[in-house]
Design a protein around this ligand. Structure first.
Ligand code: DC
Length: 202
C-alpha cells in the first residue's frame, strides 16, 4: 500500500521530531528531504557547481557529518532557490513517497509540489523566537558558541529566503492541517499528528 504523509514547515518547528515519531508509529519509511538540499549545499561549499552536485548526489553525500552545521544550513537554503537543483531532486523524492509500506516526507514543498496528492498533509510551524530558542539550545549542547540573537537572525534569514523564492516557496498547501508548536509540548504535537493520520487511514 502506498500512503504518503507530507510534513512541511519552517526550520526548527518540530517537523523532524514529529516525522520520526509518526513514521515509527505507523511503520512507514521516513525521508528528511532537507538532507538532500544540505548535501548539495555542502558540496557547493567544497567547490562543486550546485546543479551538477544535485544531479550526481550519492548516498555518501547524505552521510557526511557536517550536514547539521549552520554554514551548511545556509548553503542548503541558497542552493534550494535554484530551479535546476530542485528539478534534479524531484524523481527521487516522488519515488520514495510512493514506496510500498507508506512514507513520511518532511520538507518545505512536499504538500504543494512534490506530492500534491499526499493522503495527509501537515504544516508544522512555530514563532521565529520559539524556533530560534530550540535551535540555540540544540547547537549549544553540541558546543556551539553562537548567541541566541545570532541564531534568531539565521532562522529569520532562512525563513525569508525559503518563503520568498520563486521556485516552490515554503507555504502551506490549501488542504494542509496546521499544527502550531509554539505552545504545544512535543508529546502533544506528536499525538495531534498521529490522530490526524489515524483519522485518514480510516
Ligand atoms: O529542513 P532543513 O533545515 O534541513 O532544510 C535545509 C534547507 O533546505 C532549507 O533552508 C530549505 C531547503 N529545503 C527545501 O527547499 N525544500 C525541502 N523540501 C527541504 C529543504
Amino acid at each position: 500500500m502506498a500512503f504518503t504523509i507530507a510534513i512541511d514547515g519552517p526550520a526548527a518547528a518540530g517537523k523532524g521530531t514529529i516525522s520520526k515519531a509518526v513514521s515509527e508509529h505507523f511503520g512507514f519509511g521516513h525521508l528528511d528531504t532537507g538532507l538532500l538540499y544540505r548535501a548539495v549545499g555542502a558540496r557547493m561549499l567544497d567547490g562543486a557547481e550546485p546543479v551538477s552536485a544535485a544531479e550526481t548526489l550519492e548516498v555518501v553525500d547524505l552521510e557526511r557529518d557536517d550536514l547539521r552545521t549552520v554554514a551548511v544550513a545556509q548553503a542548503a537554503s541558497k542552493v534550494a532557490v535554484i530551479a535546476g537543483v530542485r528539478a534534479a531532486l524531484v524523481d527521487f523524492q516522488r519515488a520514495f513517497a510512493r514506496r510500498a509500506g507508506g512514507a513520511v516526507m518532511d520538507g518545505r514543498d512536499i504538500g504543494t509540489v512534490i506530492c500534491p496528492e499526499a493522503e495527509v498533509k501537515l504544516f508544522v510551524t512555530a514563532s521565529a523566537e520559539v524556533r530560534a530558542r530550540r535551535r540555540f539550545l540544540e547547537l549549544t549542547a553540541k558546543g556551539s558558541v553562537l548567541t541566541l540573537d545570532e541564531v534568531l537572525a539565521d532562522v529569520r534569514a532562512r525563513d525569508e529566503r525559503d518563503m520568498t523564492r520563486a521556485e516552490a516557496p515554503l507555504k502551506p498547501a490549501d488542504d494542509a492541517i496546521l499544527i502550531d508548536t509554539s505552545t504545544l509540548s512535543i508529546d502533544d504535537a506528536v499525538a495531534r499528528a498521529i490522530a490526524e493520520v489515524t483519522a485518514r487511514l480510516g
